[in-house]
Design a protein around this ligand. Structure first.
Ligand code: NAI
Length: 339
């Protein structure tokens, strides 16, 4: 069985890291066939919308996409491709695993955290207006439906992956209603359905301090949209930066896999980008396919890829962001040589 998926190369470093990732997937005999579709500035340059309907239709058809980072033009009224995709496809859960990698030295050892972020509401609802000249307001939206849905998803995920604890980060001491609803739903799902998994909660500022003091006290972190965006980058910094942090966005009808980082225009086109975060996102895609279709081959392929890049890193074969000397393509070659 070969699964079909959309591939969006994206902007900036997107095409370079996508090419590297696809060549590694091919070398690993991954059971996925990709159909390329545009989004972002690349789509605009072709005279299309920043998120073309044809791209959305293809993802809806295959229910699966691997996405490179897309730049959002500042000004001009464009909504972010990512926010648009998440909303249009109702990809309500973002998953960002953060783990230490052998061969990547950081201040922290044995980090193994998962950030689960509600992807559709909060301050990213995009509801902003000018109340009177000089005064603007941004609406933070929290619905029982979305808070309950992400809480249920997080506990199901924790059970499936045999994780022990969920910690909710919030600011319910100040935003008593919105963050209050978020925390209350997590507590309710815990009480009613998953009492066997530990749940605690922490005010986010204190939580961030504890996180950098001792990440080992955390397991799964659950939070609303904006907090999840910020905290996942903080966690990325603990294990080597944005070049090694993968991500996935899940909905009821499909999933989009993408690195946490953006299009990095400062290093685009120079062979300096680390393709690992996108490759690790593709690894997550293979595990997702294995789960969805009970297909062990996809799991085995993901494991082969992981062993290959871990081997390369341990041998000092790294891109510059990790202190190595390899270009994007040379790193891809080093991984493929181990497959
Ligand atoms: P960024 O993540 O693109 O870059 C931040 C820093 O990390 C830069 O110094 C960059 O060189 C470095 N970096 C990022 N990925 C790297 C990689 N794979 N290898 C080595 N170094 C890497 O964030 P920034 O600069 O704030 O955003 C640039 C553009 O990306 C913006 O237009 C933004 O809207 C877009 N963006 C897109 C995202 C997506 O499509 N998922 C996510 C975040 C930002």
């Amino acid at each position: 069985m070969i699964y079909k998926a959309v591939c969006i190369p994206g902007d900036g470093i997107g095409p370079e890291i996508t090419a590297a990732t696809l060549s590694i997937l091919r070398a690993a005999d991954a059971p996925v066939e990709f159909e390329e579709h545009p989004a972002g500035v690349g789509a605009l340059e072709k005279g299309l919308a920043v998120l073309p309907d044809s791209t959305l239709e293809a993802i809806t058809r295959y229910k699966l996409a691997l996405k490179g980072p897309c730049s959002t033009p500042v000004g001009g009224g464009f909504t972010s491709v990512n926010v648009g995709l998440r909303k249009r496809l109702n990809l309500f859960a973002a998953l960002r695993p953060v783990r230490s990698l052998k061969g990547v030295k950081t201040r922290f050892e044995d980090v193994d955290l998962i950030v689960i972020r509600e992807n559709t509401e909060g301050l990213y609802s995009g509801l902003e207006h000018e109340v009177v000249p000089g005064v603007v307001a941004s609406l933070k939206v929290a619905t029982e439906a979305a808070c309950g849905r992400i809480a249920l998803w997080a506990f199901r995920f924790a059970t499936h992956r045999k994780r022990r604890k969920i910690t909710v980060f919030h600011k319910a001491n100040i935003m008593k209603l919105s963050d209050g609803v978020f925390r209350k739903n997590a507590q309710q799902v815990h009480r009613e359905n998953y009492p066997n998994i530990d749940l605690d909660d922490m005010i986010i500022d204190a939580g961030c301090m504890r996180l950098v003091q001792d990440p080992s006290r955390f397991d799964i972190l659950l939070m609303e949209n904006l907090y999840g965006d910020v905290v996942s980058d903080l966690c990325a910094g603990m294990v080597g930066g944005l070049g090694v942090t993968p991500g996935a966005n899940y909905g009821d009808h499909g999933a989009v896999f993408e690195a946490v980082h953006g299009s990095a225009p400062d290093i685009a086109g120079q062979g300096l980008a680390n393709p690992l975060a996108l490759l690790m996102s593709a690894e997550m895609m293979l595990h997702y396919l294995a789960d969805q279709h009970e297909d062990k081959r996809a799991d085995q392929c993901a494991d082969r890829i992981r062993a290959a890049y871990e081997g390369a890193l341990e041998n000092g074969e790294k891109t510059r962001d990790l202190g190595g000397e390899l270009s994007t393509e040379q790193f891809a070659q080093a991984v493929m040589a181990r497959l």
